[in-house]
Design a protein around this ligand. Structure first.
Ligand SMILES: NC(=O)c1ccc[n+]([C@@H]2O[C@H](COP(=O)([O-])OP(=O)(O)OC[C@H]3O[C@@H](n4cnc5c(N)ncnc54)[C@H](O)[C@@H]3O)[C@@H](O)[C@H]2O)c1
Length: 301
């Protein structure tokens, strides 16, 4: 059995990870300041939880085999750039130092935001092109991790657009899949930016959790894309939702207010994680959406 710490463990991905690790028999401690989490996300969790930020790390325990760092300001439209950078980078620095002191493996959440509008399919080796403060914070975290790659095992999981159970608290930062589902479930036509042809790699949280757990067993430090490898337009998301909901809503298009900082074409090249960790997604975007819609309906959403 492994002793595991998850920062941001009450958030969307962190809570799915906490529950799955417990199911696998690990001893899990969560640290979360509840700045964007939901109290409901840890229903059924049996481990210990500390409410606060990285200044409470030492109180969380003295022996951890693996630390999963999920905590971050995750709202990409957060207005205060300085605060975004400070919190995300300094928070990571503290976790990195803690992991070194404890001799623990550190797996941290990077982001496809670091690629900006770089060439797709996106490879870990290509030049980063962050477009906003959030993406910059992840880019600087990657640099910091690289700098310490020889001092400890530090593995970045570069998530693309994650969707699935437990994201409701994220509000306007929740996935497109969730936003569009909510509109359609309320009987409205889904609203998307003109003309719905923006391409993203939408990956299901169950696969993201499996990849994140696998990352702890990486032979050496590094960063790995976590996506489906599929290119899916917003129009296709609506098609998948219509099928899963047995509905026939049509998109309503409106102008995108974020044109200069908006990623229009993301898709992961997942060959590195496949080769190094033997991970590949179990769900396509379409089957992930079907699974998620069944869950949302069961919740009465
Ligand atoms: N969801 C996605 O599509 C996606 C894509 C790329 C990367 N990521 C990264 O994955 C990680 C998890 O994201 P998420 O989607 O679950 O978002 P989330 O907002 O649900 O989770 C973040 C959690 O961290 C907590 N938190 C924030 N700052 C903290 C701090 N200083 N100390 C302790 N807790 C803190 C929040 O309360 C929240 O529970 C983040 O690092 C995010 O940047 C997510």
């Amino acid at each position: 059995m492994k002793n595991v710490l998850i920062t941001g463990g009450a958030g969307f991905i962190g809570s799915n990870l906490a529950l799955e690790l417990e199911k696998k028999g690990h001893d899990v401690v969560v640290l979360d300041d509840y700045s964007s989490a939901s109290i409901q996300n840890l229903r059924g969790f049996r481990g210990d939880i500390f409410i606060g930020d990285e200044s409470r790390l030492e109180e969380c325990g003295s022996a951890f085999d693996v630390i999963f760092h999920q905590a971050a300001i995750t709202d990409t439209t957060f207005r205060d750039d300085r605060e975004m950078l400070r919190k995300n980078i300094d928070g990571f620095r503290k976790v990195l130092q803690f992991a070194m002191r404890k001799n623990a493996v550190l797996v941290y959440a990077s982001s496809a935001g670091t690629y900006g509008n770089g060439k797709a399919p996106m490879r870990e080796s290509q030049e980063p092109q962050p477009l906003n403060a959030y993406a910059y914070s992840k880019y600087f975290m990657d640099n910091l991790a690289k700098k310490h790659a020889k001092d400890l095992k530090v593995v970045g999981v570069r998530y693309f657009n994650v969707f699935g159970p437990g994201e409701k608290h994220k509000g306007k930062s929740a996935s497109m899949v969730y936003q569009l589902y909510r509109q359609m479930a309320a009987g409205r036509n889904p609203r998307i930016f003109k003309y719905g042809e923006q391409v993203r790699d939408h990956v299901y949280v169950k696969d993201v959790v499996a990849a994140t757990i696998r990352a702890a067993d990486a032979k050496e430090s590094g960063v790995f894309n976590v996506g489906t490898g599929e290119a899916t337009t917003f129009n296709q998301i609506i098609d998948h939702l219509n099928k899963a909901m047995k509905a026939s809503f049509r998109p309503e298009y409106f102008d995108n207010p974020y044109t200069d900082v908006y990623q229009v074409n993301t898709r992961a090249d997942i060959s590195r994680i496949g080769k190094a960790l033997g991970w590949k997604p179990r769900f396509s975007t379409r089957t992930g959406i079907a699974d998620y819609v069944a869950w949302l309906k069961a919740q009465g959403e």
